[in-house]
Write a protein that binds this ligand. Structure first.
Ligand code: UT7
Length: 349
């Protein structure tokens, strides 16, 4: 229930809007096989991916974020947000942050606006940040957007990575509410292990590798991932984080109607579900049609599942992410009824 003038102010973050958006250009595995030493069968069996959407040259992360953000605000009834958080690994530029640009384009000039960087865990870190701002009374309505254009940092000739990543954006709106309402987000588990910073990197472009003194090499300018090691960490860290969140909330595996994981690779998602003792059918999956969309992947998967009416009001969700850093995180929510406003549209067929 929203807070009124009597009693304590509502201070729990409650989901009240959701949307996803992907750029229209679809790239199939066969198209990638035309220019890379790979094939559809290898990609499908190793990753579960059939196609992905890629931004056109000139289409920046903020362009995707604005599309998802506008739709999410509409699905939350159109009320303006007082805070805009963009979580991304592929900001428009190193400076300024992408969120103020997005806020201005959404007509939210004056709102607090900043970026959160936690690579593919960014959306869960963003949710926790939004929840903290609401709990502290600093924000009352937060637009949180996960958006990434990996096509700008992945070498198109790197067959190990070019097959995995897609571009997209997903957004939610969180309002101040009460802990017992559907949509209340909580029981966060967040973690990191920077000793493994070298597993997922873009070496150049920051203060460590200064382009003013040494011209970066082709490899240093592009995204690099030690896939096999990352795979192993992803399974163990996601399962441990999910378990920590369930224990914190006193939920059993059976209490979870849908597991909404970062869409890294279908085999990873199934391994985590197996490890938790969750039937694989309870995994929300759209990696087959969008690939790994980084910080966008969880809200995008959720928006697709809600649009397909697979996730329904009252369903209990376990959300878990993992990414470079290394970083990981989980939280829980019960899906709210958003039927009063425009529902998320399907982003893919
Ligand atoms: O979002 C952040 C978190 N990211 C992830 O969680 C990604 C985690 N990693 C993965 O999803 C997988 O490790 C990959 C999909 C990246 C790779 O799958 P894999 O089963 O671990 O393959 P691999 O790296 O062990 O490579 C096996 C073989 C190698 O050949 P050799 O050395 O056995 O002869 C690779 O060169 O497959 C080769 N290979 C390919 N072959 C055809 C690598 N990429 C390709 C390709 N097509 N695209």
């Amino acid at each position: 229930m929203p807070s009124d003038t009597f009693g304590p102010p509502a201070r729990t973050a409650v989901l009240c809007g959701l949307a996803g958006w992907v750029p229209p250009r679809v790239v199939t595995n066969d198209e990638l096989a035309d220019r890379l030493d790979t094939d559809d069968t290898w990609i499908r069996t190793r990753t579960g991916i059939r196609s992905r959407h890629l931004a056109d040259p000139g289409q920046a992360t903020s362009d995707l974020a604005v599309e998802a953000g506008r739709r999410a605000l509409r699905s939350a009834g159109g009320e303006p947000a007082d805070t805009v958080i963009v979580t991304t690994t592929t900001p428009d530029r190193p400076c300024p942050a992408t969120a103020p640009v997005v806020a201005a384009r959404l007509g939210l000039t004056g709102a607090a606006a900043f970026d959160v960087g936690a690579v593919c865990t960014g959306f869960v870190y963003g949710l926790a940040t939004a929840a903290g701002l609401i709990a502290a009374g600093v924000a009352r309505r937060v637009l949180l957007i996960g958006a990434d254009t990996y096509s700008g940092i992945v070498d198109p000739l790197d067959r190990a990575n070019a097959i995995i990543f897609g571009d997209g954006a997903g957004a939610v709106v969180l309002r101040a509410g009460d802990a017992d309402e559907p949509g209340a987000v909580g029981h966060f588990d967040l973690g990191s292990d920077g000793a493994h910073e070298d597993l997922i990197t873009v070496e150049a472009g920051g203060s460590r590798q200064r382009s003013t003194t040494v011209e970066p090499t082709h490899a240093q300018r592009h995204f690099a991932m030690r896939g096999k090691e990352v795979y192993r960490h992803a399974v163990t860290r996601m399962a441990a984080s999910a378990r920590a969140t369930l224990e914190h909330a006193g939920w059993k595996t059976d209490d979870v109607d849908h597991f909404v994981p970062h869409q890294a690779n279908l085999r990873i998602l199934h391994s985590v579900a197996d490890d938790l003792g969750l039937p694989r059918e309870r995994c929300v999956v759209n990696v087959d049609t969008v690939g790994n969309t980084g910080a966008a992947s969880i809200p995008l998967a959720l928006a697709d599942a809600v649009a397909r009416r697979r996730v329904r009001p009252g369903d209990r969700l376990l959300i878990t992410a993992f990414g470079g850093g290394l970083t990981w995180g989980s939280c829980l929510t019960t899906w709210p009824d958003l039927a009063d406003h425009p529902q998320p549209e399907r982003t893919t067929p």
